[in-house]
Every structure is written in C-alpha cells, then in structure tokens.
Write a protein that binds this ligand. Structure first.
Ligand SMILES: Cc1cc2nc3c(=O)[nH]c(=O)nc-3n(C[C@H](O)[C@H](O)[C@H](O)COP(=O)(O)OP(=O)(O)OC[C@H]3O[C@@H](n4cnc5c(N)ncnc54)[C@H](O)[C@@H]3O)c2cc1C
Length: 298
C-alpha cells in the first residue's frame, strides 16, 4: 500500500511529490505523456520567481530531477481507472496500485475549434502546440487562432520562425497581458484579424488554407498550418463518480480538499481563478501537506 498516489507530473503533481517525500511518505507519480505537462511545452517562462527567463522544458527537467532524487517512484503510463475500495486503487498500464490517499493533478487539455477539417488535418498542419510544431513550418505562412496570452505568445514565437503569421481573434480586443498585445501589434510579420472566426480548415495531403468569416465577409487564407490556442478544458470524466465536479473541473478550494476524504485536487484540474505554474506548484505543496495529515489518520 502506497501512502500517496499522484496522477499527473505537471508542476502540481511534481511539487506534491517533492513535499510528500520530504514528509517521509511513500509516493508513486503516474504520468501519461511527459513530465512537466503544459509547462514542458512553454517556450519561455518569465514569471516564475527566481528565474528571469527559463524554458518550460528546463524547468520541467529540474522539477523531475528533484522529485526523482528525493525517491518518488515515477510510473510513466496513463491512469485509466480509479476506484475507492480499501483506500484508492489506481489502474495504469494493466497494473493496479493501491494508495491511502490520492492527489489528482492531471491538469487540463487544450480546447478544439470544432470546425470542419480540424480533426482531419490533425498532425498534418493543425497543431495545439506552437513550440512543438512551429519549426516544421519555418519560412511559411501560418495562422494562430485565439486571443489570450497563449495565442499571443504562440504568434510571437511563430513570427520568429515563419514568414508571416495571421492572428485570428473573435473579439475586437485581446484578453491578454498588455506586454504581449504591444508586441504582436508591433510585429511586422503578424497580421491581426479582429472580430473574425475560423470556419473551415482546408487542404489536400496537408493543410493549405483556413477559411475565416469576418465583419467584411469570408476570406480564404493560404496557410501551411493552423495553431489552435483557444483555451483549456479539463478531462475529469474518470473522477465523476468519485468527487464532485463543477463545469468539468474538480470542485476544490485552496486547501485542495475535494468532496471525498482522502482525495485532493491540485493545479489546473481544480476550480480556481488563476491557472499558472506557480499556483499549480502551490497547490501541489498544499495537497501533499493535507494528504499527509489524512494518511497519518488512516
Ligand atoms: C502554451 C502555454 C504557455 C504557458 N505559459 C505559462 C507561463 O509563461 N507561466 C505560467 O506560470 N504558466 C504558463 N502556462 C500555464 C501553466 O503551464 C499551467 O497552468 C500549469 O502547467 C498547470 O500545471 P498542472 O500541474 O496543474 O497541469 P499540467 O501542466 O497540465 O500537467 C498535468 C499532467 O498530468 C498528466 N496527465 C493527465 N491525465 C493523466 C492520466 N490519466 N494519467 C497520467 N497522467 C495524466 C498530463 O500528461 C500532464 O503531464 C502556460 C500554458 C500553456 C499551454
């Protein structure tokens, strides 16, 4: 019986593992894709205290190293089921692990546009990660869809690689930090299409156009790629019978307690107003501390 099972090795899960190991508890962390989560895909992090500039990949690697050095067991397969029976049973890679307490730190996934062609051209020009796929479109014209910090960061990143970037936003003002707004407005190779929505991704073997609808009518943009940056959605169906959800997020306050004793929710997966690396890491610390108190009582 493990003391704490942690689902997800983003900043929330890794911070929880570090705190739990330092409290002397046995910890198994399950990670289905890549340690670091969304952070690993962030080109440059400039708001994590202590680092004026650090790549998300480097920060992820440091956290992973710290977590594993402290003795957390890392199981790099996705969790496919969780049940509450004599503790919490976690199924991953065909094995069942049982823990006294569970910390859910599974983050959130990028939201889709839901337009024709998006799924058909997934991996063939439609991307949800500029920093992962941008280099494939070096010197080409691409589109970024969205109007928040991530979309603007992606547009700026791609402007450094691609010939031209269309930035397509459905409103007439951005919902992003002014610093990013100023930079995209000043960039010579970013064309901003305000009050415009994408309607269809077109192509042959790969993407070659994005149809958009603006106030002045429809346009067909010749692009080699469409980068989608329209926000996040939680993936908590697996936990629906276990804990209370709200709009798909796990209902939990800053103390990370869920509706079920022994289950804690940390990071982007829980109901909260600011989803960032530092708030995810803070949640992880809190969840491990609360889980420790719980484990000592069972
Ligand atoms: C492009 C981009 C840029 C960003 N820039 C910044 C920034 O500059 N500064 C900042 O503070 N924040 C930034 N953020 C936000 C920040 O990255 C997130 O708020 C933070 O990573 C959330 O951490 P988390 O641990 O809660 O979740 P995540 O980072 O989403 O990690 C969750 C982990 O859980 C894993 N997982 C999910 N389901 C399962 C399962 N069933 N089994 C096993 N593992 C599972 C996932 O694979 C993932 O690794 C950015 C986000 C994006 C997408």
């Amino acid at each position: 019986m493990i003391d704490i099972a942690i689902i997800g090795a983003g900043p929330a899960g890794m911070s929880a593992a570090i705190y739990a190991r330092r409290a002397g508890l046995s910890v198994t962390v399950f990670e289905g894709e890549m340690c670091g989560g969304q952070m690993a895909y962030t080109p440059e992090v400039e708001n994590y205290p202590g680092f004026a500039h650090i790549s998300g990949a480097e920060l992820s690697f440091s956290m992973r190293h710290q977590m594993v050095s402290l003795g957390a067991e890392l199981v790099e397969v996705p969790v496919t089921a969780v049940t509450a029976k004599g503790g919490y049973s976690v199924t991953a890679g065909g094995e069942v692990y049982t823990a006294k307490a569970l910390i859910v730190a599974n983050g959130a996934k990028r939201r889709k546009l839901g337009i024709p062609g998006e799924d058909a051209y997934g991996g063939r020009g439609v991307s949800y990660c500029a920093v992962c796929d941008g280099m494939f479109f070096k010197g080409k014209t691409v589109a970024v869809v969205g109007g928040g910090n991530t979309a603007l960061e992606d547009a700026l990143y791609l402007a450094g690689i691609c010939e031209k970037v269309y930035l397509i936003h459905r409103r007439d003002t951005f919902r992003a930090q002014q610093l990013f707004v100023d930079k995209v407005q000043a960039a010579e190779n970013i064309e901003i299409l305000y009050s415009t929505v994408p309607t269809e991704v077109r192509g042959e073997a790969r993407v070659n156009a994005l149809c958009v609808q603006g106030a002045d009518g429809e346009r067909v943009l010749d692009v080699a790629a469409v980068f989608v940056a329209v926000g996040l959605s939680p993936e908590n169906e697996m936990f629906a019978g276990l804990v209370e959800l709200a709009d798909g997020y796990i209902r939990a306050g800053d103390d990370t307690h869920t509706s079920r004793a022994g289950v804690f929710a940390a990071g982007d997966t829980r109901t909260k107003t600011l989803r960032q690396i530092i708030t995810a890491a803070a949640d992880g610390a809190m969840a491990a501390t609360e889980a420790e108190k719980y484990v000592r009582t069972v």
